[in-house]
Design a protein around this ligand. Structure first.
Ligand code: NDP
Length: 283
C-alpha cells in the first residue's frame, strides 16, 4: 500500500520498458518488508534536465540511470563520487536533503558478479573489451584498478576506442592498453591470446544482430566469454562460445550485483546480495 511515508525510487532511460530494475528492486523491498516503491520513468534526452529537476522537487529518494543518460546526467548533479568522476558515467543518484549525489555501481557489480558469483578472476589476465561505450569505460576502469596484465579495446569506431585509451592511460600508465577497429585483422591475434573477452556492445540484444566480432576462428577452450547483455540470457556470441567449449557468463549476475550496490546507497543498509540474486531465478 503506497502512503505518504513510502520511499519512492526509480530508473530513468530511453527506452525503459525492457528494464528489469523495477522487478528487482520492488521484489527485494517486498522480501525485506520495506515501504518502498521503484518506478520506471521514460525520459528522452531533451527532457533530461527537466526530469532531474522534477525528481528532485518531488523528493524522490534516488534513481538509477540507464542508456543513454549515464554521461549527460552528470551535468545536473550537485556531487559525484570519485569513481563516477573517473569513469565519466553515473548509474545511481541519491537525493540527500535536496542535494543529488552521483555514483557508479556498474564496475563494482561487474567485479562482484565475476569473482563472487562466477569464481572468475581478472588479476593477471589479458582482457579484451568488444565495445568502447559507457559500460566499456566503467568496466575497464575496474580492470585497471585490479592489476590485469593487459587491456585491449576493439570497437566499430576506432576514434572512440582511442579516446577511451587516452583517458584510461591517465588513470594507470602501467597496464598496456591496445586499441583496434572491429575489422582490423590484427585484432584477431589479440583475441586469440586473450583470457577474458567481454562484450560491452549492444550487439546481441536482438537475434538479428551481427556478432560483436568479425570471426570466431580464435576461440580456445581455456578462454572465458562474458556478455553484459542479460536479455536474451544467451546471446549468439555466448551460444557459439559454449558450443566451442569456452566458459560463458551472461549479464544477469552483474545486473543483480550493480542493483544490490545501488540499493545499499538508496536505503543506507548493507547490499542485500542474496535477495537480489534470488530474484534472478524467476527471470
Ligand atoms: P553505449 O551506447 O555507450 O555503447 C554501445 C557500444 O556498442 C559502442 O561501443 C558501439 O560502437 C557499439 N555498437 C552499437 N551498435 C553497434 C553496431 N551495430 N555494430 C558494432 N558496434 C555497435 O552503451 P552502453 O555501454 O551503456 O551499454 C552497452 C551494453 O551493456 C548494453 O547492451 C546494455 O544493456 C549493457 N549493460 C548491461 C549491464 C548489466 O548490468 N548487465 C549494465 C550496463 C549496461 P561505436 O562506438 O562504434 O558506436
Amino acid at each position: 500500500m503506497i502512503s505518504g511515508r513510502t520511499v519512492i525510487l526509480g530508473v530513468i532511460g530511453d527506452p525503459i520498458t525492457h528494464s528489469f530494475s523495477p522487478y528487482l528492486h520492488n521484489g527485494v523491498a517486498a522480501t525485506l518488508g520495506l515501504d518502498l516503491c521503484y518506478v520506471p520513468y521514460h525520459v528522452n534526452s531533451d527532457s533530461l534536465q527537466d526530469a532531474v529537476a522534477g525528481l528532485k522537487a518531488l523528493g524522490v529518494r534516488g534513481f538509477n540511470v540507464t542508456v543513454p543518460h549515464k554521461e549527460a546526467i552528470m551535468s545536473y548533479l550537485d556531487h559525484c563520487d570519485e569513481v563516477a568522476l573517473a569513469m565519466g558515467a553515473v548509474n545511481t543518484v541519491v537525493n540527500r536533503d535536496g542535494q543529488l549525489y552521483g555514483y557508479n555501481t556498474d564496475g563494482k557489480g561487474f567485479l562482484y558478479a565475476l569473482s563472487d558469483h562466477h569464481n572468475e578472476t581478472i588479476q593477471g589476465k589479458h582482457i579484451v573489451f568488444l565495445g568502447a561505450g559507457g559500460t566499456a569505460k566503467a568496466l575497464s576502469y575496474v580492470c585497471l584498478k585490479n592489476q590485469v596484465a593487459s587491456l585491449s579495446i576493439i570497437n566499430r569506431s576506432l576514434d572512440k576506442a582511442s579516446l577511451l585509451q587516452k583517458e584510461l592511460l591517465t588513470l594507470n600508465g602501467d597496464v598496456p592498453i591496445h586499441v583496434f577497429s572491429r575489422d582490423d585483422d590484427a585484432s584477431l591475434a589479440v583475441l586469440k591470446q586473450a583470457d577474458l573477452i567481454i562484450n560491452v556492445t549492444s550487439l546481441g540484444l536482438s537475434s538479428d544482430d551481427d556478432l560483436p566480432v568479425v570471426s570466431t576462428d580464435w576461440f580456445r577452450t581455456e578462454q572465458c566469454l562474458v556478455d553484459v547483455i542479460y536479455n536474451p540470457k544467451e546471446t549468439q556470441f555466448l551460444l557459439l562460445g559454449r558450443e566451442h567449449g569456452l566458459k560463458t557468463i551472461n549479464g544477469l549476475a552483474m545486473l543483480a550485483a550493480q542493483a544490490a550496490y545501488a540499493f545499499e546507497l538508496f536505503v543506507d543498509r548493507d547490499a542485500p546480495f542474496d535477495e537480489f540474486f534470488s530474484m534472478l531465478a524467476d527471470l
